[in-house]
Design a protein around this ligand. Structure first.
Ligand SMILES: NC(=O)c1ccc[n+]([C@@H]2O[C@H](COP(=O)([O-])OP(=O)(O)OC[C@H]3O[C@@H](n4cnc5c(N)ncnc54)[C@H](OP(=O)(O)O)[C@@H]3O)[C@@H](O)[C@H]2O)c1
Length: 289
């Protein structure tokens, strides 16, 4: 066993109530000290010894307290209309002398044509971290496969899935793969100053995802094409207009083929093949019935 594998580190994970950070925790060795953060300190993991502390990206002093002594910090933010969140996190990380930042970013930063709000926000976040003087690793995933869970209700009630440009391809990735890859790099100097573009093993259309789900559930599903206006209206019910615009722009890039490329990065980091959509769906079958 290498010294790296056995060295105990203090790892702080932001986004402890979100999708990825709780999954990262499952892949971190038991000898690490873990601090999990979100605005409310509610327990989301059964990991013994993990401390869950409250902090707020809008309250910089709470961040310094939470990050102090961290050998590695996993950074998750989710509001592109609030760039100050990432600025505050980075300032606090510098003040708290954090040893390594692993940033949950997005593969879209590599898409040359991507100039929407979300992609510009992630590029700015990455650039700021790169200039900070703290060793960094960028985790850059494609669309999370878990977006298919948005179809759960319409599948149950009407046997319908829906998408803007349902024939366009996305190399979507299982959140569990993003988490395992992130756990592999946290606090490991071999991964300092590296960016990892993570995708699933195949590039699928919404029609193909629907077919996978139909096979899994043993009943026919119809994949309905949304117009741009319908998609924008649906995004606008959940997000500010600027975000809805960005999501429609993102779908247009997908139509142009920008999101179809697959990488072997999951396998290189974890030593096993990336999860297929069929495998991911089978593991989450109960969510669709
Ligand atoms: N979804 C995708 O397909 C996809 C693809 C590529 C990249 N990404 C990137 O992945 C990241 C995660 O996105 P997500 O929407 O999936 O996130 P998420 O799982 O909803 O996680 C957000 C986390 O941030 C915490 N948080 C939010 N505001 C906070 C604040 N003011 N202070 C402290 N904690 C706060 C939340 O905790 P509380 O609210 O409990 O405080 C929550 O734990 C984003 O950067 C996104 O761009 C997503």
């Amino acid at each position: 066993m290498t010294a790296t594998a056995t060295t105990s580190r203090h790892i702080v994970l932001t986004g402890a109530t979100g999708q990825i950070a709780p999954l990262v925790v499952r892949h971190l060795a038991a000898h690490h000290r873990l601090t999990l953060t979100s605005r409310t300190a509610r327990t989301t993991t059964r990991r013994p010894g993990a401390e869950h502390v409250a902090c707020d990206y809008d309250a910089p002093e709470s961040l310094v307290d939470a990050f102090r002594g961290a050998d590695a910090l996993f950074v998750v933010t989710n509001d592109p209309t609030r760039p100050e969140h990432d600025r505050n996190i980075l300032k606090a990380a510098v003040e708290a002398s954090v040893g390594h930042i692993v940033k949950l970013s997005a593969a879209a930063v590599h898409d040359r044509g991507a100039q929407d709000l979300v992609t510009r926000w992630q590029r700015d976040n990455e650039e700021r971290i790169r200039r900070s003087g703290i060793p960094w690793t960028m985790i850059q995933p494609r669309l999370f496969m878990s977006h298919a869970l948005a179809w759960a209700s319409s599948i149950r009630t009407a046997g319908v899935t829906y998408a803007l440009h349902p024939h366009s391809r996305n190399a979507c990735i299982a959140p569990e793969d993003i988490a395992e890859a992130s756990a592999r790099v946290l606090g490991d100097a071999q991964h300092h100053f590296r960016s990892y573009e993570l995708t699933g093993p195949q590039s699928l259309t919404a029609h193909e995802q629907s077919a996978v789900l139909a096979e899994l559930l043993g009943r026919p599903l119809v994949c309905r094409e949304l117009s741009r206006a319908e998609a924008h209206a649906s995004y606008s019910r959940r997000y500010p207009t600027a975000m809805a615009d960005a999501l429609v722009a993102s779908a247009e890039r997908q139509l142009a083929g920008a999101k179809a490329r697959t990488t072997d990065t999951v396998e290189r980091l974890t030593g096993r093949p990336a999860t297929t959509f069929a495998e991911w769906a089978a593991r989450h079958r109960d969510r669709f019935v």
